[in-house]
Design a protein around this ligand. Structure first.
Ligand code: NAD
Length: 493
């Protein structure tokens, strides 16, 4: 069985642990590799390597750090096909979808190339007589990233590009379900000129995560994953004195007003609901149809579902792949027996050409009540729920009273209604006729409520803020002739 190795000090190294985790091929349902989960002592060695590499990397000029990012960008671009194929092979998403993930990841590399501009501090001349005050942004030291299975290339890039360009050393703990792409990215960073030890990878699951949270030499932890784990990471990481940003799960509502272009809204709901088999934190999982919108919208979505080709990534015409594991597929399929909704399309009954892999065709459920498990749970699969309400206010109430607040969208032709929604929605990211409003890399990504624990959003300007701390210097070059003892509190006027 192929072992997915760790990456320490610029090379792949075998694990020494005894706990083995399977890496499945979701398209065939067979195991294709295994992760030998890192032990606490292996995490400790990886952190020691980062710690050793940090001082020299911190001392490297901003231009030198940016230069590594420029080279990394070219290498990722040149290896797009190989990276996308590796993502598809372990995650199961189509190669085109994996290419889309990579393109959005590359935006973060490009942002980091220009980060020296944003790492400038401020300077106030003559804050008091002969006194200047200025601020400096300094790296934190060793920082760690713990990432989910659903974007094995993009989410690590959300984190490490900014962390590295700011002068930190970075330890990545990728998802154990699709871990191999992390090693390819590590090797490309090495080829780009990143010194050994500045970027290390430990493979594994819970035990490695606990070792990261407890490690005294890790200054900050970035996490993306499900809400229960995000909450745990935030509570334990902050208790250990670390800076933590922990992004959690979602239940993204797409509100469709009766005046919307219904065919376009149906296209958007299907694309955002079933793309990547619904395994996106920004997937639309609830359509809130206002007034008469549902009467035309539900049949339009059902009609589009029939045409979606489900199959393995090796099928160039496949639009939707399998789910990540058999266990997850069965869990998602199990929801279709829940009460509190009418099943319009049941994906369990579809004839899938994909074979024995972890496939489940798209499902659509209508008249979902807010108490139904279809509504209360993050299903994280190709099951789209439709809730019908009479008014905009009822739709807004659903969005705002939901415990999650990652993304939401409104579909309408009424600019005033859209403006009101963007003002009213208690949610971190809002789309206006855009179903998956993932911000571009020069803004920052993050939800509200149970979708994010911490203060700063991820990537973009807030990402750089997360990976740096500010030092303020107050400086005077006095004339020795005027020096005197003064026990009063320093005044500026
Ligand atoms: P997950 O929470 O199961 O795993 C995420 C990471 O945490 C993995 O590296 C995993 O090894 C580790 N982990 C899992 N269980 C753990 C435990 N008990 N203790 C310590 N560490 C643990 O999430 P997943 O299934 O890989 O990803 C899907 C979830 O991620 C969904 O809930 C999705 O909404 C969320 N997600 C959120 C965002 C966002 O930006 N908010 C983005 C992508 C995914």
């Amino acid at each position: 069985m192929r072992e997915v190795k760790h990456w320490i000090d610029g090379q792949a190294v075998s694990g020494k642990g005894t706990h083995r985790l399977p890496v499945w091929d979701p398209a065939t349902g067979e195991q294709q590799a295994e992760v030998v989960a890192a032990t606490a002592s292996e995490v400790d060695s990886a952190v020691a390597s980062c710690r050793k590499a940090f001082p020299a990397w911190r001392a490297a000029s901003l231009s030198r750090r940016a230069e590594v990012m420029f080279r990394f960008r070219e290498l990722v671009d040149a290896n797009r096909k190989e990276i996308a194929s590796l993502v598809s092979a372990e995650h199961g998403k189509t190669v085109a979808d994996a290419g889309g993930e990579l393109a959005r990841g590359l935006e973060n590399v490009e942002f980091a190339c220009g980060a020296p501009h944003l790492l400038k501090g401020g300077y106030s001349e003559q804050a008091a007589g002969g006194v200047d005050v200025y601020s400096i942004l300094q790296p934190l030291g060793v920082v760690a990233g713990i990432t989910p299975f659903n974007f094995p290339a993009m989410v690590p890039m959300w984190m490490f590009c900014n962390a590295l360009v700011a002068g930190n050393a970075f330890l990545l703990k990728p998802s154990e379900k699709d871990p191999s792409v992390s090693l390819l990215l590590a090797d490309l960073l090495r080829q780009a000129g990143l010194p050994d030890g500045v970027f290390n990878v430990v493979q594994g699951g819970k035990e490695a995560v606990e070792a990261i949270l407890a490690h005294p030499d890790i200054e900050a932890v970035s996490f993306v994953g499900s809400t229960p784990v995000a909450r745990h990471i935030y509570e334990h990481g902050t208790r250990a004195g670390k800076r933590v940003q922990a992004l959690g799960g979602a239940k993204n509502h797409m509100v469709v007003l009766p005046d919307a272009d219904i065919p376009a809204a149906a296209d958007a709901a299907v694309s955002a609901g079933y793309g990547s088999a619904g395994e996106r934190c920004m997937a639309v999982s609830v359509v809130v149809a206002v007034g008469t919108a549902g009467d035309e919208l539900v049949p339009a979505i059902a009609e589009r579902i029939e045409k979606i080709r489900v199959g393995p990534a090796s099928d160039p015409d496949a639009e939707m792949g399998p789910l990540i594991t058999g266990e997850h597929r069965d869990r998602v399929a199990g929801y279709l027996d829940s009460s509190g909704a009418d099943v319009v399309v049941d994906g369990r009954t579809a004839d899938i050409s994909g074979g024995p892999g972890f496939f489940l065709a798209p499902s659509l459920v209508d008249n979902v009540t807010p108490e139904s498990p279809f509504y209360t749970d993050e299903i994280f699969g190709p099951v789209l729920s439709v809730v019908r309400v009479d008014t905009y206010d009822e739709a807004l109430h659903l969005v705002n009273s939901n415990p999650f607040g990652n993304g939401t969208a409104i579909f309408t032709r009424d600019g005033g209604a859209a403006r009101r929604f963007q003002y009213d929605a208690v949610c971190g990211m809002v789309g206006v006729n855009v179903p998956i409003p993932v911000p571009v890399a020069y803004y920052s990504f993050g939800g509200w409520k149970a979708s994010l624990f911490g203060d700063l959003h991820m990537y973009g300007p807030e990402g750089l803020q997360f990976y740096t701390r500010t030092k303020v210097v107050t400086s005077r070059w006095p004339d020795p002739a005027t020096s005197q003892v003064d026990l009063g509190f320093p005044k500026v006027r």
